[in-house]
Design a protein. Structure first.
Lengths: 258, 249
């Protein structure tokens, strides 16, 4: 199996990778909340906020192309939302950028702010998952008090989603190998339904086997785990730096730009 | 002293009524390496599941003197480790460490003991460096070894393995053979690969259509060309000379 995992850079080694997952998660959460709470008509301040995740990506050795590629992949959903803004909000506003000055509508300002907020928060999220192993993230979330059931579900999802994708690929390849002519929409739909059914049955079969494997190793419904996470001096330093960055932006840069 | 496994007149039928195992009686000594051979659908996997208490039929199954029933099941889980055919079913945790630690944690061991068990098991299968890897980042051979490590960490007296050589290349199969022959536990291995079975087992049980057709010395059973061909199997390479001699005599 060779999937282009979202966390394919999480197994690298860098100062950012070595940070505690709980610290990175909390910083990302606070950062996201700070970005989301910015006024809807202030795209310029977002460039200052973007410095944070950008630095993490650079220090973590994550190619920016990888980050922007993933942002593009999920952008259509936000694009639809952002591009509707100029349609319903046509109030004129004057925009100044250094020596330049031009007229636009409030809708366009909102559109750019939505796209900017989306890009910056996605950058932060990609920085988190690309520098943190998913297993460490789950352990961190568990230590932060997230329900164990949710953690187990996420763990299983991460473990088996790739196997399911593989099985789907095998089925599609088997069909492609024998599909010589286009059978028409109705027939193709029937075939697709049969393929989905087959995938479902295989998944149920796998789930039964996993259940046997769990019971065979003494599982009786109670989940036990060992946490190997430890807060160190560098984690505290990172938290302090992140807090200074966010507070500096909030109290000094933001008032100047808004 | 109690036997490792004692099966008395065990029968099991699938929900649709098809007989999977019929009147099976087996007695396996401690330290024995037994291979269950037979064609596809012979009942090998079902018999392994019955030994682990996952299949309930008629008759009795004893593990190290304990009869499989609801009261004894927890103890039996620590005595008998069951390794499934597909390593992806066996490895369900996000990292190898978590997977190998899963059994010992359920046994109620403390963190230090669990860590020791994990590192010992990983060392035995040669995956010490892989503890933090996700199972989908491992090769087929490594996944197979990791699946065995998940059982070894529980330190069972008996290990059952279902087609452990499936989809392995010759080098990985050789490594697996070396690993399994070096284990002190009682091993029960179900396989269709006669060369693999011949390299590991000292005793063979031939199953076909849910019945025990032959039970005895692995060399004797697997070098009988008539018996093997009759049940859709073949004489393994290493026994071909013995088979030729027996035909000549």
């Amino acid at each position: 199996m060779h999937h282009a995992y979202i966390d394919k850079f999480a197994y690298q080694d860098s100062p950012v990778h070595r940070l505690d997952s709980r610290v990175k998660f909390i910083v990302t959460l606070v950062f996201t909340a700070a970005v989301v709470s910015l006024p809807r008509t202030s795209p310029s301040i977002l460039t200052c906020y973007a410095v944070g995740p950008f630095m993490i990506l650079v220090l973590g050795g994550i190619p920016l192309r990888f980050a922007f590629k993933h942002i593009l992949l999920v952008s259509p959903f936000i694009l639809v939302l952002a591009l509707t803004c100029p349609l319903y909000d046509r109030a004129p506003v004057a925009v100044a950028f250094g020596p330049f000055f031009w007229q636009t509508s409030l809708g366009w300002m909102r559109c750019f702010t939505i796209l900017g907020k989306f890009t910056v928060t996605m950058l932060a999220l990609i920085a988190l998952v690309s520098t943190t192993r998913f297993s460490d993230l789950l352990t961190g979330l568990q230590r932060l008090g997230l329900p164990k059931l949710l953690i187990i579900q996420l763990g299983f999802l991460y473990r088996y989603i790739f196997i399911l994708i593989d099985k789907a690929h095998h089925i599609l390849r088997a069909r492609a190998g024998r599909k010589l002519v286009n059978l028409g929409f109705a027939a193709e739909l029937k075939i697709a339904a049969a393929m989905l059914g087959s995938l479902l049955i295989r998944s149920i079969d796998s789930a039964e086997h996993v259940n046997i494997a769990m019971q065979a190793r003494g599982f009786e419904g109670k989940w036990h785990s060992i946490s190997r996470l430890k807060i160190r001096r560098c984690d505290l330093l990172f938290t302090l730096t992140a807090a200074s960055f966010l507070l500096g932006l909030h109290f000094f840069v933001k008032p100047m730009l808004l | 002293m109690s036997k490792a496994i004692e099966i008395e007149n065990f029968s099991y039928a699938y929900p649709d009524g098809t007989a999977a195992l019929s009147n099976i009686s087996l007695s396996i000594e401690h330290g024995q390496r037994l291979t269950l051979i037979g064609p596809n659908g012979a009942g090998k996997s079902t018999l392994l599941l019955a030994m682990a208490g996952f299949v309930k039929g008629t008759g009795k199954v004893f593990i190290d003197g304990l009869q499989i029933n609801r009261q004894n099941l927890k103890k039996i889980r620590t005595l008998l480790g069951c390794c499934l055919e597909n390593p992806d079913d066996q490895l369900f945790m996000p990292t190898l460490f978590d997977d190998v630690a899963f059994g010992p944690l359920n046994m109620g061991l403390d963190s230090e003991q669990v860590k020791n068990r994990v590192s010992e098991a990983m060392k035995t299968v040669g995956l010490t460096e892989m503890a933090d890897k996700a199972p989908h980042h491992l090769s087929a051979g490594q996944r197979r070894a990791a699946a065995i490590a998940t059982i070894l960490s529980m330190a069972p007296k008996i290990i059952t393995l279902d087609e452990p050589d499936g989809s392995l290349d010759p080098r990985n199969r050789k490594n697996l053979t070396k690993l399994l022959t070096g284990l002190p536990q009682t091993l029960i291995i179900a396989t269709c690969d006669m060369n693999f079975a011949a390299a590991i087992a000292d005793r063979a049980v031939l199953l076909d259509k849910g019945l025990v057709v032959a039970d005895g010395d692995a060399t004797k059973i697997m070098s009988d060309p008539g018996l093997m061909t009759e049940h859709g199997l073949e004489v393994p390479g290493r026994f071909k000379n013995i088979a030729r001699r027996s035909i000549t005599n």
